[in-house]
Design a protein around this ligand. Structure first.
Ligand code: NIG
Ligand code: FE
Length: 426
């Protein structure tokens, strides 16, 4: 008789555990060839080689996964999926030489998306975000952080966070919500940034905290957006209300926002294209993860990428994420970001894989229950039709995802092409 609650995958070409207890300089991702992994309900029950499977897994449902490699479900730790409209015109304007900041000053940018997002209903926003998040899953994502920040009024920020809550309940992917009311200064506060910061601190953060709709508070610390002092005030207020800080820092200039975020004990400081050597060392000495978003530099055609090599060599924890948003990186392809991390920032394949698994889990304060294939963690597993993880980075622009499992359930299965298993989505 089979025990329905137990499943074991066998004959994986590589079980890429990313488990620190199995990692060494010769085997930097703790890879087990001819691997097997046992799932017990929603969590991982056993990990090893197919040959070593213990007797107690005899009754489990055995699934031969020959020809596939297994990775921990990928984690996209920085996304902005709740928005209406699109900004394809900006794509062209950039090709004609305009910069991101020039486009924003000329009526495009975040505020263009704010106006579109404010005008749609909850249901429309839900459907738009849902289809985008399903695309993220198709690339192997099992956990994603998602920000508000295209409403910029108390009611519309709450509406975006409610959309994320409803999606988290409806979709198998785990969505961790971030309040980002300090994404830009809305038109009704033009020239009155301090007044808007007052609104964020005195009204929005208390309302968001009371609703229980967000875990994190983020801010766009940048010239023309929020200064370091304003960002600090917002993040400290968030902390007081139980929202963990994260930051968009050093994207277009070095204001030392990341250093401030380290001081506040942020889980993550993101972008960091213009991070100074001082910033590199402070991050390396801290528990704050450096989350790099090479898709944004690529998409905006910037010449500077974040100093990934310096950060890694100094001992910092580096994560990679998409920054999926309608302006600076319209892509949910986390696998592409891994390849860009290698080609544009000099990361090695094993560093790019850690960056979207264990390190991304740490950037979200979740490394205790996900990010590696370790006994006791969530059974979030991405299977790819490849014989080794090196091919995942090397075969540019492809998607070899074959199966996606979240908490022990199959949520996407591909036959000849990927198909959503409606039954398990309910
Ligand atoms: O992470 N930098 C701020 N926010 C986004 C861009 C959002 C947009 O352009 O709509 C980013 O790059
Ligand atoms: Fe962003």
């Amino acid at each position: 008789m089979t025990d329905e609650s137990k499943i074991i995958f066998t004959h994986l070409s590589e079980l890429v555990t990313v488990d620190p207890a199995r990692m060494s300089s010769e085997n930097p991702l703790g890879v087990i060839p001819d691997g097997a992994i046992g799932i017990n309900g929603t969590t991982i029950g056993w990990v090893g080689t197919t040959r070593e499977i213990p007797d107690e897994w005899e009754e489990a449902q055995w699934i031969d996964q020959s020809g596939l490699i297994a990775l921990p479900g990928l984690i996209d730790s920085h996304t902005h999926p709740v928005f209406a409209g699109q900004r394809a015109d900006e794509f062209e304007a950039r090709l004609q030489g305009k910069t991101y900041l020039e486009i924003a000053q000329g009526g495009g940018g975040i505020l263009k998306t704010v106006s579109a997002t404010r005008s749609v209903s909850f249901d429309d926003l839900f459907l738009l975000a849902e289809s985008r998040i399903l695309e993220s899953m198709r690339f192997g994502v099992t956990t994603m952080e998602a920000k508000s920040g295209y409403g910029l009024t108390t009611a519309s920020e709450i509406k975006s966070l409610e959309v994320l809550k409803a999606l988290n309940e409806d979709l198998p992917v785990d969505i961790l919500p971030t309040f980002m009311g300090a994404h830009d200064i809305p038109p009704e506060y033009k020239g009155k940034t301090e007044d808007y910061v007052d609104l964020v601190c005195n009204e929005m953060i208390p309302a968001v905290a009371e609703s229980g709709l967000a875990q994190f508070c983020d801010v766009f610390c940048e010239q023309g957006y929020f200064s370091v002092a304003q960002s600090r005030r917002i993040l400290e207020t968030g902390l007081k209300y139980g929202l963990s800080p994260r930051i968009h820092a050093e994207e277009f200039s070095d204001l030392e926002g990341a250093i401030m975020a380290v001081e506040l004990g942020a889980y993550s400081a993101d972008h960091l294209l213009h991070l100074s050597d001082k910033g590199v060392h402070l991050l390396a000495e801290s528990d704050t993860v450096a989350t790099l978003l090479p898709g944004t530099a690529f998409y905006l055609r910037l010449k500077d990428y974040a100093p990934a090599r310096k950060l890694l060599d100094a001992g910092a924890t580096v994560a990679l994420a998409t920054d999926f948003n309608p302006g600076s990186c319209m892509s949910q392809n986390i696998q592409l970001m891994m390849t860009l991390g290698c080609l544009q920032m000099g990361m090695l394949p094993h560093e790019a894989i850690r960056a979207v698994t264990l390190n991304a889990a740490k950037a979200l304060g979740k490394s205790h229950d996900r990010g590696s294939l370790t006994v006791g963690k969530r059974a979030d597993i991405a299977l790819f039709s490849l014989s080794t993880y090196h091919e995942l980075l090397y075969h540019l622009g492809m998607n070899f995802l074959s199966q996606l499992w979240i908490e022990g359930e199959p949520v996407l299965i591909s036959e000849t092409e990927m198909q959503l298993e409606q039954t398990s989505l309910n």
